[in-house]
Design a protein. Structure first.
Lengths: 115, 112
């Protein structure tokens, strides 16, 4: 059981480029959550997805950020036209059902650096 | 004011000491989580609790729902316990019922 896999572990992008962060949930988990940890700050909720559906995206910035969790393949967090303020650690968590009931398994995160 | 407050922010202990990290929250919750984050590493879920007390090895987590307070205790601390410990809650008012709200974390350093 490989756990929640996030890749890449580290990603460097120039300002204006696109960043694509991938999250493969644990086997049997169909619920995925993305969180962002800005430098020297706590974790903040971004988006909650089930297969092919966005359940709650109230934590996502309105522009440049999008997330998907297709029927096949990993969940993708996409950041278009990155800016320096997007530099952060992005964590994904998964659960077999609502995390409220089943708890969460976290990945190791993707550290995004925008130069 | 944050909905989840942790204390202390930083804690340094000697190996073998008993450690307590506190978490207070201001919202109604369905569950409270304690997480561990090592430097440059991922996040590990230690406990999820909604009442009473849970124990796993040298770690003990307690929660008092009436006082909106939880504590994480580490007995016989060891340098490998050095990490950031994060308290997180599942607020009952969250419409999706599943998103977490996090405290700022407590940086624990255990010296040999």
């Amino acid at each position: 059981n490989a756990g929640v896999m996030q890749n890449p572990r580290h990603l460097v992008r120039r300002r204006g480029q696109e960043a694509r962060l991938r999250c493969s949930p644990m086997k049997g988990h169909s619920h995925v959550y993305w969180y962002r940890q800005l430098p020297e700050e706590g974790l903040k909720f971004m988006v909650y997805l089930q297969k092919e559906n966005i359940i709650d995206e109230s934590g996502m910035p309105k522009e440049r950020f999008s997330a998907e969790f297709p029927k096949e393949g990993p969940s993708i967090l996409r950041i278009q036209q990155v800016v320096r303020g997007d530099s952060a650690a992005y964590f994904c968590a998964s659960s077999p059902g609502p995390g409220l009931t089943y708890g969460y398994t976290f990945g190791s995160g993707t550290r995004l650096t925008v130069v | 004011k944050n909905e989840v407050e942790q204390s202390p922010q930083n804690l340094t202990a000697q190996e073998g000491e008993f450690i307590t990290i506190n978490c207070s929250y201001s919202v109604g919750i369905s569950a409270l989580h304690w997480l561990q984050q090592h430097p440059g590493g991922g996040i590990v879920s230690l406990f999820m609790l909604s009442s009473g007390k849970k124990k796993h090895g040298r770690l003990i987590a307690t929660i008092n729902i009436q006082e909106k307070h939880s504590s994480l205790h580490i007995t016989a601390s060891h340098p490998r316990d050095s990490a950031v410990y994060i308290c997180a809650v599942s607020p009952t008012q969250e419409t999706s019922g599943s998103r977490l709200t996090f405290g700022e974390g407590t940086q624990l350093t255990v010296n040999p």
